[in-house]
Design a protein around this ligand. Structure first.
Ligand code: PMP
Length: 431
């Protein structure tokens, strides 16, 4: 046995001992891996670590008493509905409210076109399930939302990234990618995009590009999945007009109450043309029979009885203050040569390290310095992105954000000195 074979045999043996079913999983399960964020949560949750990693909304700012009262009343007064099975498409009253929410982004929709899902993450799963055969191509921005990449991978999609710049997805690059893949005989099923306050890149698709992207999709018969969890969390002016507002047939719009109300309720939705809507309902029924009636009614009652738009405004003010704290701290302490985006909304800053530094290799040193972030590689299906990292400002208080950035700047500085002294070394420790 040559050494590499021996090493492989030992690894297989170890894997068998850890999990005796390791060779029995379906091929699709083999592509399922813990995301970079998941692996981080345990260490990042330690109180001494300033976590700039996870994108957790600041739930403490919700009127928790009022929400608690509302939940209690629902169970006491309408428990026979709230605790019963419901429809696979979702509560009709909630779907009406969802249409009102989407109207704020210029969308005119009928409740019949809406499917309520377990967060927009389930909508992503259902869309992928009904469209993707193994090997089908999904186009996604570079970088792209880690949870979507995980879902696409679990259905064995082949993700092809399309570059972005400060104005979001680049129309010419989209066109070129479609042409190249068509010439190679590849089957593209849809384009997945987070056009507004992107996770993780923190850029927004410029108004002037929106019609062009829709036009390219229309001409190429390409379905567009518009994932818009942060659309109402802008810091200046009115909400962006959604892509779906100008294309009812070519776009499936995904929304969620995770960022505007509470992620623990797990209420999201998909707005889709009728044919796709029908398939989504069938897929949802086979996955969960129906969504939680209690959670749906809680959101419905919250929207009906609470000043929820005022609450969203309050969230925006709070996140804007934290964004400012992060940008100020980056400006005053980060190494020259680092580049970062300046978000107009949402939760994230996307930072590029200078001089070929590797954010993944640097992470253990950052954790030792008691600060956590998400390395950029998690947001690319092709393993690139080592020089990037994502910072979240949504959860920590401004003073903690400043402290976290100060610690991070120290780590980057030490890393640059090491690199200047010793040059590069492999990230996996192999020599
Ligand atoms: N899409 C994007 C871009 C996200 O950032 C998130 C949450 N981080 C989701 C979808 C899923 O959100 P949820 O399932 O809580 O609605």
């Amino acid at each position: 046995m040559v050494p590499s074979e021996r090493r492989h045999a030992v690894n297989n043996d170890q894997r068998q001992r850890l999990d005796p079913y390791v060779d029995q999983y379906a091929t699709r399960a083999k592509t399922m891996q813990a995301s970079e964020i998941r692996a981080l949560f345990a260490v990042a949750a330690r109180p001494e670590v300033v976590s700039l990693a996870g994108g957790m909304p600041y739930i403490t700012a919700l009127p928790l008493d009022a929400v608690g009262e509302l939940a209690g009343q629902l169970v006491t007064d309408r428990g026979s509905i709230a605790l019963q099975y419901g429809s696979g498409q979702g509560d009709p009253g909630l779907r009406e409210r969802i249409c009102e929410v989407m109207a704020l982004e210029g969308i005119r929709a009928h409740p019949d076109e809406v499917v309520v899902t377990v967060g927009s993450q389930q909508a992503l799963d259902l869309i992928t399930r009904i469209f993707i055969d193994p090997g089908d191509v999904v186009l996604a921005e570079a970088p792209s939302y880690v949870g979507a990449l995980g879902t696409f991978g679990s259905y064995q999609a082949s993700v092809v990234h399309v570059p972005m710049d400060d104005d979001g997805l680049i129309p010419e690059a989209l066109e070129e990618t479609i042409t190249r893949l068509a010439a190679a005989g590849r089957r593209i099923k849809f384009l997945y995009s987070v056009p507004t306050f992107h996770n993780p890149a923190a850029v927004t698709l410029a108004a002037g590009r929106r019609a062009r992207i829709l036009d390219i999709c229309r001409r190429s018969d390409l379905l567009l999945i518009e994932d818009n969890p942060y659309g109402l969390l802008g810091f200046d002016g009115e909400p962006q007009r959604a892509l779906r507002a100008d294309s009812a047939e070519g776009v499936v719009y995904l929304g969620t109450f995770s960022k505007t109300v509470a992620p623990g309720l797990r209420v999201g939705w998909a707005l889709a043309p009728h044919g796709i809507r029908d398939k989504l309902v069938l897929a949802a029924e086979s996955a969960v029979l129906c969504h939680s009636s209690l959670a749906q009614l809680m959101v419905r009652e919250y929207l009906a009885s609470q000043p929820w738009q005022q609450q969203v405004k309050l969230f925006c003010e709070l996140y804007a203050e934290r964004r400012d704290a992060m940008l100020d701290a980056l400006r005053s302490s980060m190494q020259p040569g680092c580049r970062w985006t300046r978000p107009g909304g949402g939760f994230y800053v996307w930072l590029r390290l200078p001089g070929g530094l590797d954010a993944k290799a640097m992470l253990p040193r950052a954790i030792s310095a008691r600060v956590a972030y998400v390395p950029g590689t998690g947001f690319y299906a092709d393993g690139s992105g080592r020089e990037y990292l994502r910072l979240s400002y949504c959860y920590p208080e401004p003073a903690r954000i400043r402290e976290g950035v100060r610690r991070l700047a120290g780590v980057v500085e030490a890393e640059m000195e090491l690199r200047a002294t010793f040059g590069t070394w492999p990230a996996d420790g192999s020599a």
